[in-house]
Design a protein. Structure first.
Length: 71
């Protein structure tokens, strides 16, 4: 379905604003959100998406909150 549209897609991963539990070892919400976005890319490609349709994959951490909930 996505291969049939002319647009390329951007994937963004997000997190809440709680620090990642293992953040002291250098893995933070930035890495977690980027890993989430890249996992989405891998699943879409595995499902048949042409890899050339992906414009960008980014991690947003908690910079763009999608929900006001903190739970």
């Amino acid at each position: 379905m996505l291969n049939g549209i002319p647009n390329r897609i951007s994937l963004a991963g997000h997190t809440d604003d709680f620090p990642y539990a293992n953040g002291e070892k250098g893995y933070s919400n930035w890495e977690l959100s980027a890993d989430r976005a890249n996992a989405s890319r891998r699943e879409l490609v595995a499902g048949g998406l042409d890899n050339g349709k992906v414009l960008r994959v980014v991690g947003m951490a908690a910079t763009m909150r999608l929900s006001e909930s903190r739970s």
